[in-house]
Design a protein. Sequence first.
Length: 295
Amino acid sequence: MSDPRPGGVPAALERLLHHAAIGPCTVLGTHYSGRTGEPVVWELQDRYGRRVFGKTYREQLPFAREVTAYTNLLTTLGPGRAPQLLGHDESARLIVTTALPGTPLRHFRLEPELEAEAYRQAGHLAAQLHSQPLPPDPVPERQPWAEQRAEALATARELRLPAEDVELLADAMEFEPPRLPPAVCHGGFGPRNWIVQLDGGVLRLGLIDFERTGVSEGARHDLMRLLFQLTPERPELRQAFFDGYGRQMSEEEQVAARAYAALDCPSALAWAARHRDAEIHRYGHTMLAQLRRFT
């Protein structure tokens, strides 16, 4: 599908809106980073004043992941915890969803008690996702660890990281992490995709953006991010998350998360450099700082 036209939507989106019994909509905004492979999002309002979102993907895999998440997984999260899928078009790689009221947590300044409550609810939602029955599709084969390690270290050298940081990463990835039970993971779990709604001082947190959702290990993505990116300096938020999650990470999970953090760190820094993404740049250096503490 082509890029959005000023003041309008592509014909495929118009057809899907009609098919989903939504009808003509006013365009409130278009969200497109311009980055290769990222979706284009239209924020729309129907004739009754209700907001909906249209989202088109340049690649098949994230489209398929998001449709699968909406159709098979998210109803168990409970009402108001995720958008609802109103329709999708396989040929155009296009979906239409309801709008989830609220604001991403990354844009919120909350009092400490409410911030801890947001992390507690995030932990509860993560536990619900991780406990879902696995889909019938086979778990993807993992690239040999030695190859993943070599690629990550090559990226670190291309970034011209200090020699001591490259050595730190190499040591953290020396051994393949223990194999852990697979689970349904969000894949982009964090304040960018945690939607907070406050009503009379009562906080409610929901999730958006499921194009990375799939079968993995909790320590590979969701829990690794929590441990190494989101809460290094905030032990009270970490504890609130695991209170909601229902348990602490096992020793094996922590060992695996450390290796995965080292694996992801170079690619995160490379992404941040290419796209001038200050938040991802900060995450990359936070992971390095945490890895130093784990030595």
